[in-house]
Design a protein. Structure first.
Length: 161
């Protein structure tokens, strides 16, 4: 079953690279009592993710936060070291939260998993964005193709805020 507007996000543990090393991050901690823009990418360092999707959120960070959003979170089925390296290499460290769904448990619980084995990526996340208010999905934008970043782009999210 795919997550839908009005659903509460599942309570799971994810990973994040911190200055003190890898840390567990619960979805309750990430989303509880906050208004969060979450976007998911099939993989850190992949072309559409690095050249289109992520840059839009970095460039529009202040405009998104000005609309009453507490934080912007990007999640991918990668480990916390890859997500941390991606944050550093893109200049996104300290601007967005780069969260690792290392075993795809979060992605699968949302029904957002996709098998990209034909492209040698294995099980990954569909590309999507959502506005989450206190753990509840308020808007959901899922791309038809993982190579597109239009309905889940920052510009589209700004229009929904």
């Amino acid at each position: 079953m795919t997550i839908a507007v009005g659903d509460k996000l599942p309570d799971l543990k994810l990973k994040e690279r911190t200055p003190d090393g890898p840390a567990d991050v619960s979805t309750a901690e990430l989303f509880g009592g906050k208004r969060i823009v979450l976007f998911a990418v099939p993989g850190a360092f992949t072309p559409t993710c690095s050249l289109n999707h992520l840059p839009g959120y970095l460039e529009n960070r202040d405009a998104i936060l000005a609309k009453g959003v507490d934080d912007i979170v990007v999640v991918a089925v990668n480990d916390q070291h890859v997500m941390g390296a991606w944050a550093t290499s893109t200049g996104g460290a300290g601007k967005l939260r780069f969260i690792a769904d290392w075993d795809a448990a979060f992605t699968k619980a949302l029904g957002m998993d996709i098998d990209l084995s034909a492209g040698t990526l294995g099980v990954r996340s569909k590309r999507y964005s959502m506005l989450v208010d206190d753990g509840v999905v308020k808007t959901l934008n899922v791309e038809e193709s993982p190579g597109q970043a239009t309905v889940s782009a920052a510009a589209a999210m700004i229009e929904q805020l």
